[in-house]
Design a protein. Structure first.
Length: 434
């Protein structure tokens, strides 16, 4: 057996694992509350799928949908639009990944967060019902990080799972939603493309026609699309990679290599069929695979599909959201793929409707100084498919950050004053809404 001596690297009130949207929101909220905060990110920038993953848009809903816990979403979207020169829109908001990287860096450093990139959680050291330390793989070797309260914003629920918290993964058979490897194109003729769209044309219609004629380059009935920005750039959220397990290294390797092949097929489709793309270039595929689903940590409450359908409210809710049920198919079966968009249409809320997210969904069972935020909070599969998207992760992340700051003194996330947490979130919203 190896006898490892692991040096203590960093220590703070709050330790946030994962620098995606949930982790950024959590770190900002905790630091702005006066806590010392360490944020550990395994990649080279914050933002997760919105930056490393090249996802080109956020679903922010309508203006009337900005209800409870929209503060971080409003703050980031407003600044991202200003810096990128993008119009502020409702529904799907286009974003520029490079702009977002700089915004996250600046805000975290301004808030006093101790930020460390290339720092991947290796395992957890636990004492009783508490986490004592995280062991982190770094360029300098294995190092320990200690906090009073920990926030698992890894997306995969890695900290919670390593600490022994129960979890579910995928459907009843363990199959998870298929991921996507997003891509960037440059050198578009935007004027030509936009004129073509205004004339009533649509790339999706062409793809579906080719699909029905058996001429599409691959079997795929769930066509998401692209967003354009800048002076001839677009981001493509296109295609699915089937049979990938997002917490298995061999499977992730397959997903990335297969995703690059699929990205080229979609690029060729656009160049051959869509005006404005004739001289475009495929300049970049994402460094981060667009995994939609892995572990769902079991918390003190599980948010369910029934809660979604009932537009549920809760006495301890820390946010509200309204993205539809969006379970991407796990298999290449055409009928399963077609049902995805049918379910999206069927479950879309009317303007102003939303469901509540209870604080208890952020509290993993069996660990008293740990909170979870982002796509791995305590939900069933259908509810997860709604709350997993970027603004949903901002919502649960900022709540976890404020809650962690309240829990620092006692070290127990279940003993905080929830009413104070809620009033703090509302004040944060009011300062950033608009």
């Amino acid at each position: 057996m190896l006898n490892l001596e692991v040096p203590l690297w960093l220590e703070s009130d709050v330790v946030v694992a994962g620098g995606g949207p949930a982790g950024v929101a959590a770190a900002l909220a905790a630091a702005r509350s006066g806590s010392s905060v360490v944020l550990l990110e395994k990649g080279g920038c914050c933002g997760g799928l919105g930056t490393q993953g090249l996802v080109p848009m956020f679903f922010v809903g309508g203006k009337e949908d900005l209800s409870f816990a929209c503060g971080t979403t409003c703050e980031i979207v407003k600044e991202a639009c200003e810096q990128a020169g993008l119009p502020r829109t409702w529904g799907w908001q286009t974003t520029d990944p490079e702009v977002l990287k700089r915004i996250y860096d600046a805000k975290l450093l301004e808030a006093g967060v101790t930020l460390r990139y290339e720092a991947k959680i290796a395992t957890v050291l636990r004492e009783g019902d508490r986490i004592d330390q995280l062991l982190v793989a770094t360029a300098g070797g294995l190092k320990a990080v200690r906090g009073k309260v920990y926030i698992d914003a890894t997306g995969d629920g890695a900290v919670s799972a390593f600490a022994g918290a129960p979890f579910e993964l995928g459907d009843a058979s363990g199959a998870t939603m298929s991921p996507t490897l997003c891509a960037q194109y440059s050198n578009l003729d935007l004027a030509r493309y936009e004129a073509w769209l205004k004339a009533g044309n649509n790339p999706r219609q062409i793809w579906m026609r080719l699909q029905e004629e058996g001429k599409a380059p691959l079997l795929e009935y769930h066509f998401v699309g692209i967003r354009t920005y800048g002076h001839g750039t677009s981001g493509g959220n296109l295609g699915h990679i089937y049979g990938v397990n997002g917490v298995d290294e061999e499977s992730l390797t397959f997903g990335l290599t297969e995703g690059r092949k699929i990205a080229k097929l979609y690029f060729d489709f656009y160049r051959q069929n869509v005006p404005g793309f004739e001289h475009a270039d495929l300049v970049h595929t994402a460094e981060l695979l667009g995994v939609r689903e892995t572990r769902r940590i079991t918390g003190d409450y599980q948010l369910t599909y029934q809660d979604y359908c009932e537009r549920a409210s809760f006495p301890d809710e820390i946010g509200r959201y309204n993205y539809p049920v969006d379970i991407h198919a796990s298999v290449t079966d055409a009928e399963a793929q077609k049902k995805v968009e049918e379910e999206l249409r069927r479950t879309t809320y009317r303007p102003g409707e939303s469901y509540g997210i209870p604080y208890r969904t952020l509290c993993p069972r069996g660990v008293r100084n740990l909170l979870v935020a982002g796509r791995c909070i305590s939900t069933d599969r259908a509810a997860q498919s709604s709350v997993r998207v970027i603004p949903g992760c901002f919502t649960t992340g900022q709540a976890a950050g404020f809650a962690a700051a309240l829990a620092v003194a006692g070290g127990n996330t279940r003993e905080i004053p929830v009413a104070k947490l809620q009033s703090t979130i509302r004040a944060y919203d009011d300062a950033r809404r608009g």
